[in-house]
Ligand binder design. Structure first.
Ligand code: IMP
Ligand code: MG
Length: 173
């Protein structure tokens, strides 16, 4: 049984901020079709709630990357584990990511997706830990900026556990 984790960002706070992000993303895109790329596995809950708040036409696709070897520190090495089902040519693409920490994963992802010729490429991250950044990566939409703490829940894991929490908590070890 995983240890209990106290809420740090509550379910209500997550849901209302995500509704705001959905409005912002739609406002910037106008009537354009939006193609959202969810980064597995951490961003699945964020994606699911984000698209429910989004008006207009939306499609989704999934990609899996690995930068963590199962602990709480980044290996600095990014691997592509699952590629997209569809091409990005002429699409208005939004990357949907759980958290930007060192920025290495997102930087790698933006580079490879940009090379596929989308009409536009934007990035939405639920959380950002700016004090941990190792590379200057551009993020268009940030849900919450947080301190350097290891967080779990709402899709985020520690060794694959805690993803099912409906809120975000600080992992105490
Ligand atoms: P980055 O490449 O260091 O920016 O790491 C990004 C990835 O590391 C995220 O997509 C998460 O999967 C994972 N990660 C970074 N910080 C945390 C955290 O506090 N909790 C859980 N996963 C994290
Ligand atoms: Mg991730």
């Amino acid at each position: 049984m995983p240890a209990p984790v106290a809420p740090f960002i509550t379910e209500d706070a997550l849901q209302s901020r995500i509704a705001e992000l959905a409005k912002e993303i739609r406002a910037d895109a106008g009537a354009e079709h939006l193609h959202l790329i969810c980064v597995l596995k951490g961003a699945v809950l964020f994606l699911a709630d984000l698209i429910r708040e989004m008006t207009g036409t939306v499609t989704i696709d999934f990609m899996a990357l690995s930068s963590y070897s199962g602990g709480t520190t980044s290996s600095g090495e990014v691997r592509l584990i699952k590629d997209l089902d569809y091409g990005l040519q002429d699409r208005h693409v939004v990357i949907v990511e759980d958290i930007v920490d060192t920025g290495l994963t997102l930087h790698y992802l933006q580079e490879i997706l940009r090379a596929r010729g989308p009409k536009s490429l934007r990035t939405a991250c639920l959380l950002s830990k700016p004090s941990r950044r190792q590379i200057d990566v551009h993020v268009d939409y940030i849900g919450f900026t947080i301190e350097d703490r290891f967080v779990v829940g709402y899709g985020l894991d520690f060794s694959e556990q805690y993803r099912n929490l409906p809120y975000i908590g600080v992992y105490q070890g």
